[in-house]
Design a binder for this molecule. Structure first.
Ligand SMILES: Cc1cc2nc3c(=O)[nH]c(=O)nc-3n(C[C@H](O)[C@H](O)[C@H](O)COP(=O)(O)OP(=O)(O)OC[C@H]3O[C@@H](n4cnc5c(N)ncnc54)[C@H](O)[C@@H]3O)c2cc1C
Length: 403
């Protein structure tokens, strides 16, 4: 694996590090307190736009979009983006400052890959400029959505329009006041082959019939301002040209969309775990119990050593997956993407659990980012496909190959 990054990447790493030191870490606490104040729920932190302007003028913008997208991309490969995304992962909310946050990144990639020029002009441009936000509506409360063939929202053609009916939840980003566009997955043909029944369609959030019912708590947090919404779609009418790629192509789009999204989550989780390890080392070195620094206890040293090994294992696997994606596309890297999706969240969860333990009571408070990062790692073991689904598929394919 090539760690000798080009000067372009080294330069971006340095810029990003400087940016985090100058503008992010100093406001981290202030941001958390502001967004978690119930009086500010579903509002955008007032400092966000200024940080975005600064990031953009520093050339730290849309770095996630790989070079295959030509003029739209700032020109990095997935492998080159990995160390930068890792750095962004060190602070949960910061990816948005660089316009590199889920679910917008996945939605931008869908529009860049499959959108018509008119769809790109209307939605991709403002998303890439960070002017609006978006949501991705696949999961439904009434069906087990880890099997996406179950998704049952209906999309029915009627003259020049489609009529959409269904109920979605866990629609991340839909609570955000800047969210204007939603990609909705639903069935256009219940008689077709299982993987050709679903389609994806663009639904502006302000379309009559769209009702955002509530923002769900995810492990105790509303994750304001983006949130995770329950959304009712009742006789929602959109023009036929809002269909993405064509009827029955929803699975194809989902595969294209979820691969990059999953690897981005893993890159950021490695940054979270790395930060957890650093905090664990710092705290254990300065805190004294039973006459010696906590760092002198062998169990703590084992926790540190084990965490260091596990982070590096996951990092290498993630880099390999990113490299494969660059060379062979999402499909060609599918197995490695499954592997890191299985490995990275559990690794981060375990490392952060140890870091919390070393911090004692402080570890479960909001005085460090540990609890929040731990919760996020736990959540990612479900979001973007539960661990078991990836293991089920990877196990099946491995047995086919080796059995
Ligand atoms: C914070 C958060 C954000 C999210 N954001 C979005 C979003 O923006 N858009 C969106 O559409 N969805 C989103 N999701 C939804 C997420 O993708 C789903 O929750 C996930 O795919 C699982 O679907 P489900 O909740 O219906 O669980 P179910 O399908 O009901 O599955 C429940 C459990 O069954 C078990 N299981 C399922 N299949 C297998 C198997 N093959 N083998 C063994 N066990 C199995 C697993 O333990 C699984 O966790 C988000 C979820 C969370 C928590």
């Amino acid at each position: 694996m090539n760690f000798d990054y080009t000067d372009k990447v080294k330069d971006l790493q340095k810029k990003l590090q400087d940016f985090m030191d100058a503008y992010i870490y100093p406001v981290e606490k202030e941001y958390e307190e502001w967004v978690n104040n119930p009086a500010n729920v579903w509002q955008v932190w007032p400092g966000m736009d200024k940080l975005k302007e600064k990031a953009r003028s520093a050339g730290l913008w849309n770095l996630f979009l790989p070079e295959d997208y030509g003029d739209l991309s700032p020109g990095l490969t997935n492998l080159e983006y990995a160390p930068l995304a890792e750095m962004m992962g060190r602070v949960g909310w910061v990816s948005e400052v660089f316009n590199c946050n889920a679910p917008d990144t996945g939605n931008m990639e869908v529009l860049a890959k499959y959108g018509t020029p008119a769809q790109q002009d209307r939605w991709l441009k403002p998303l890439m400029n960070g002017e609006i936000r978006s949501a991705f509506l696949m999961t439904e409360p009434d069906v087990a959505s880890s099997d996406a063939t179950n998704v049952s929202t209906s999309i029915v053609a009627d003259g020049d329009e489609y009529v959409i009916n269904g109920r979605k939840w866990w629609s991340s980003g839909a609570m955000d006041p800047r969210c204007e566009i939603m990609i909705v997955m639903g069935k256009t043909d219940t008689e077709a082959d299982r993987h050709r029944q679903q389609s994806m369609i663009l639904v502006p959030k302000n379309t009559p019939g769209v009702t955002v019912l509530r923002g769900l708590h995810a492990m105790g947090s509303l994750d304001s301002p983006g949130g995770h919404a329950e959304v009712l779609l009742k006789d929602v009418r959109v023009p036929k040209e809002n269909m993405l790629l064509g009827e029955g192509r929803g699975f194809e789009i989902a595969q294209g969309r979820l691969g990059p999204g999953r690897i981005h989550h893993c890159m950021r989780l490695i940054g979270m775990a790395q930060r957890g390890l650093e905090l664990m080392c710092q705290r254990s070195a300065e805190r004294v119990a039973f006459g010696r620094p906590i760092s002198a206890f062998s169990s703590v040293r084992q926790d540190v050593a084990r965490s260091l090994c596990e982070i590096q294992q996951a990092r290498l696997l993630t880099l390999e997956a990113a490299d494969k994606m660059d060379k062979y596309g999402t499909k060609g890297a599918a197995e490695l993407i499954s592997m890191i999706k299985i490995v990275a969240p559990t690794m981060a969860q375990n490392v952060l659990d140890r870091a919390i333990q070393v911090h004692g009571g402080m570890g479960v408070s909001h005085d460090t980012p540990l609890f929040q990062m731990f919760s996020w790692a736990r959540i990612i073991r479900i979001a973007d496909g539960p661990d078991e689904v990836h293991m089920y598929q990877l196990g099946r394919n491995t047995i086919k190959k080796l059995g």
